[in-house]
Design a protein around this ligand. Sequence first.
Ligand SMILES: [Zn+2]
Length: 379
Amino acid sequence: MKFSSPKQIQALLRLKSQNFLTTSFFLDTDKSRLTKKQITVFFKNLLHQGRTRLETLEADRRKKDSLAEDLEKISRFGTHVLPAFTAPGLALFSCAGENFWQELSLPRAPRNHIFFDRTPYVRPLSSIMDEYHHICAFLLDRQTARWYSIFMGEISLLETLTSDVPSRVKEGGWQGYESKRIERHIDAHLHEHFKKAAQKTFDLFKRDRFDWLFLGSKEEYRPDIEPLLHPYLRERLKGWIKTNSNDSGDKILKQSIEIETKLRQEEEKALVQSLITALEKGGRAVSGVREVLRKLNAAEVQALVVTRNFSAEGRACPKCRFLYVNEIQCPVCNVKTEKVQDIIHESVHSAMDKKCQVRYITSPSRLDRFGKIGALLRY
Ligand SMILES: [Zn+2]
């Protein structure tokens, strides 16, 4: 199943077994960075790690049997499903004792990890979700209104509304005075319909807290609708969808994704600009892998700004988990550091562990000239 909704996290969290533990298994399966062989090796290492941990785990027989069965199931997944798995990230949750099993394909690579715990370990899922915007597409027509939720490239219908607005009077069919009176009457109906729809949008906002609002209506209605929207909604109104009232969800999704992509590009551009401004001022920012890692180790990073798919080799201290470009020995712990395949990937996770924001930039961008990575600092 594709990971695409916060509901999936909530559903996982509802699994709270009284008698058993749950295995959560996260694997980096990003083929743009890793070969198939590397992925298989990581999978086996992780499974081995799980088995070793299980041997020394202090828990009753039933719990341990259930975990052993989890690992068995994961191992079978590795043989039968993993070779054809295409998503950049994999999450498996298993609690054999409760007969629970879930596979999720992730849109971004997680850090390789296996956990045994009372509840499924969902933090990697929530951090992936933070990268996406919740969008509400609000489609308004003379008599109807529809609301869609768009998130992580998926669309779902939220609500519909139908009002009884009389059709517009044909020109010349009425005496002047009578016609004007009826027009006003219809306008009042239409206005009422728009007001109801605007209120409903605000109700949905209070419930769902979407980030962006995209509005689809006839051009001529725009000046009537906008003032009816609550200020919170006007702030979030980021795009206009060209639409017919009978457009399918797919068509709306396609347009919304186009708008979202454009908005994201603008956001990225502005972010890179603010980073460069801070760098040039010699202010609270650094760039380049070495400097960024130094500040990350010192927990001074507020926001990490990374070029998507940028990777580099590096080293990590097995004791304090500090990250280095090429230190053979950790200057803090005086122990030998270990080689890591992708220090950028590690830095993203280290940033998340420290509750820093992680922002991604699509290359080519002006960040390329600054070593493809930068950080805004706390102090
Ligand atoms: Zn160290």
